[in-house]
Design a protein around this ligand. Structure first.
Ligand SMILES: Nc1ncnc2c1ncn2[C@@H]1O[C@H](COP(=O)(O)OP(=O)(O)OP(=O)(O)O)[C@@H](O)[C@H]1O
Length: 455
């Protein structure tokens, strides 16, 4: 009998060790969550005390203890309001005591991490006096798995996992334009591919400019309304987009004239305020390897370059209200690419930097919005492609990694949603020519005659 118990214990411990080593996500769900919960609750008071996160008891309690000759009351740690296990870790909500602030907790995150035996701890203030600690049980970015049933809404897409286990969203309506940089083989294309696979299912027009001879975006052509694979076509395509934008502005103005005389009616300021039947489809413009558009060798090429950068800057400045969003991707994006680049960069408020070769490149992404993120970017290791730092104009930043989306997966998504390609007559000249699908039965029937992706 004892042998049976002993061998069962050995098997369970060995299994736990194996899972922890090979499948940390499964380990967390089977053993880790219980052990970590017990560890956090068991060590809570002593860890908080050791981390300097306690306050002395109130004077009246000390006085009562003295009068009653009772032991002096212990210093008080923040109140545990809630401890919630998640798929990747624990979320601990704390009520701060008088005299404590959220900064004290944030400054202790690293100490809490190793005291509680967790992989990572991040804190954020939920409201005055309430702080949430997001603790991860293992390195969630090592092998990214997005949670099942992750929430999606109009122009708000899950694109990566954050190191605290939360889903990272690309929200076009709040932060319309983005810049993604990274050295070669750092994971930019996989990031962009994953974004396209998510966008494919949305009611959106996709426009691509891929001057790497189209190798990244042309395989996804069935879901694209327009594609350019060289700077000349790109210049014409951007001019057509500006014309499209002006058309959308005219539509908004016309609607404003009608509603202006109607008391109590809301007046549209962008496409999202327009009634559904009038709202033009939003447009996402993906530019791969932007430096190819900015470099020139001859006078003619310089003129074309200026035309392209001016068009991009105009789209970045005015496109949001017309529902035009930019996703610009490149190895570097700084003033060395010539005039107009820093002005354009200032409009790209979401920045994502994969591994870079030098600090200057990291500064191009974050120097003007989140200086702390520069150091985090230069520390991205070479052997973790896809790992990136993302930040925005708020100054906040996070370490993220996108799921490893293969080109096959992205092509399948684009083929599946080919029927969602909207009809944009102004851009019809740039519609990619694609062969009919080999397996048309796998693709939902086209919504309307005008939406066919084949040309
Ligand atoms: N999120 C990820 N998870 C795991 N592996 C990844 C991830 N992203 C990229 N990789 C790996 O890194 C390799 C290089 O990625 P990718 O082609 O996206 O780099 P890149 O920055 O676009 O390079 P280049 O500029 O040379 O085109 C991929 O083949 C893939 O194996």
């Amino acid at each position: 009998m004892e042998w049976l118990i002993l061998s069962t214990v050995v098997v369970v411990v060995a299994l736990a060790g194996l899972l922890r080593w090979r499948r940390p996500a499964w380990y967390w769900l089977t053993f880790g969550v219980v052990l970590a919960t017990l560890r956090v609750l068991g060590r809570y008071s002593s860890v908080m005390d050791a981390c300097g996160l306690t306050v002395p008891p109130p004077r009246w309690r000390l006085a009562i203890a003295r009068m009653a000759s009772r032991p002096v009351p212990e210093p008080r740690a923040p109140r545990i309001l809630r401890l919630r296990p998640t798929r990747t870790g624990l979320v601990l909500r704390l009520g701060l005591r008088p005299g404590q602030d959220a900064f004290d907790v944030a400054a202790s995150c690293d100490r809490l991490r190793h005291s509680f035996g967790m992989h990572g701890v991040a804190s954020r203030e939920i409201r005055s006096g309430v702080v949430e600690l997001r603790m991860t049980g293992y390195d969630v970015l090592k092998r990214v798995q997005m949670p099942a049933g992750v929430e999606r809404s109009t122009m708000r897409l899950p694109v990566a996992l954050r190191e605290d286990g939360a889903v990272h969203y690309r929200d076009y309506r709040t932060t319309p334009h983005a810049l993604t940089i990274g050295a070669t083989k750092s994971g930019k294309s996989v990031y962009q591919r994953n974004l396209v696979a998510e966008l494919a299912a949305q009611e959106v027009a996709l426009i691509g400019i891929d001057c790497k001879q189209g190798v990244e975006l042309f395989p996804l052509a069935r879901r694209f309304s327009a594609l350019a694979d060289n700077p000349d076509t790109a210049a014409d395509l951007l001019d057509a987009l500006i014309a499209h934008m002006e058309g959308v502005y005219q539509l908004i103005r016309a609607e404003q004239r009608i509603t202006a005389d109607t008391p109590d009616a809301d007046i549209a300021a962008d496409i999202w305020d327009l009634p559904d039947h009038l709202r033009p489809v939003p447009v996402v413009v993906l530019v791969d390897e932007v430096a190819e558009l900015a470099l020139f060798a001859t006078k003619e090429e310089e003129k074309r370059r200026d035309r392209i950068i001016t068009a991009l800057a105009r789209l970045a400045q005015l496109g949001r209200a017309a529902g035009i969003y930019l996703e610009i991707c490149g190895q570097r994006f700084g003033s060395e690419l010539g005039k107009g680049i820093t002005m354009l960069r200032a409009q790209l408020s979401v920045r994502t930097a994969h591994r870079v070769n030098d600090e200057t490149s990291a500064n191009m992404a974050f120097g003007d919005i989140a200086p702390d993120a520069v150091l985090a970017t230069v520390q991205i290791p070479v052997d973790s492609p896809g790992l990136a730092i993302t930040g925005d104009a708020s100054g906040g930043w996070a370490r993220i990694r996108t799921p490893h989306t293969s080109l096959r997966t992205a092509v399948n998504a684009c083929n599946t949603y080919a029927h969602l390609v909207p009809d944009l007559p102004g851009l019809a000249a740039f519609r990619p020519a694609v062969a009919p699908l080999v397996h048309p039965a796998k693709v939902p029937a086209p919504a309307s005659a005008g939406s066919s992706a084949t040309a």
